[in-house]
Design a binder for this molecule. Sequence first.
Ligand code: TRP
Length: 340
Amino acid sequence: MLSTTDTRTIILTGDRTTGPLHLGHYVGSLRNRVALQTIHEQYVLLADAQALTDNADDPAKIRHNVLEVALDYLAVGIDPELTTICVQSALPALAELTLLYLNFVSVARLERNPTIKDEIQIRGFGRDIPAGFLCYPAAQAADITAFRATLIPVGEDQVPIIEQTNELVRRLNRQSGRELLPEAKAFVSKTGRLPGVDGKSKMSKSQGNAIPLSASDSDIEAAVRRMYTDSNHLRASDPGRVEGNVVFTYLDAFDPAVDEVADLKSRYRTGGLGDMVLKRRLAAILREVVGPIRERRAELARDPDFVMDVLRTGTTKSRATTERTRELVVDGLGLFRLDW
Ligand code: TRP
């Protein structure tokens, strides 16, 4: 039987496969994953089943983006020798655990989850909310516990999902009278969310304000050119605002020369520094960041067999892991087990 006292740190992250990833993902999570894979055991989930919870009308989009997101992972340096990359819908134990967990959570609790509440508002769901969408915190609890993950790097908005996971874990542990499953900690990246180039909201493909990881040099230049700075900074000689200025937000996220950026900020505030100087600097830096990712991505895209192989290997390993947890939970709950 699986040891339940194992305290190694296991990391699980995932992405809904609704579109290729962009610089916002790179800053907020991909960079971290590349660093964390050398320190801890790490799983990354291509969450196509979760993507279906609010995209049931477009499964083709979700299927297509499984490979697109996998290419993004490999292109940024997530190394399949160090990180297990797997496909959610190909892991039946996750669905089975979800079904079990749904009995230990009320509809009221799901509706109270702040993440779900916000998303219901944004999407304007009423009683027509897909049941799968309302229940996705239980499904995500299944993901997290199935891998016995204890550290979950996520955006701030996902923290209530982890809290609800831990509630379920405590409930199941209480019910079974033992430490069946470990609780998990959310790990929220300090570099908050990257705003979109319009400065209006977080970077998002659906908002049309994103720079994808496959952006060409001229895409990058065009995006930087239309980046929001300070609408009152009309002439270079005018004093300008640094707060809320997207170009500075990006320099903070990408420019390794922190002292020089600090100097640029003070010159901008005083007046005498034009937007174009800053934008040229930023465009050069972003070309340096995206260029190698784009090239590696194009190279990998020419070798779909390799990518498929990575997914097959990762998913096979994950099947074993998640199936063990399913058995543990069935056992812990004291359900009937047919002796094959
Ligand atoms: N809900 C996550 C998101 O929208 C994706 C996800 C699915 C996930 N399963 C997960 C993240 C398990 C962490 C752990 O970004």
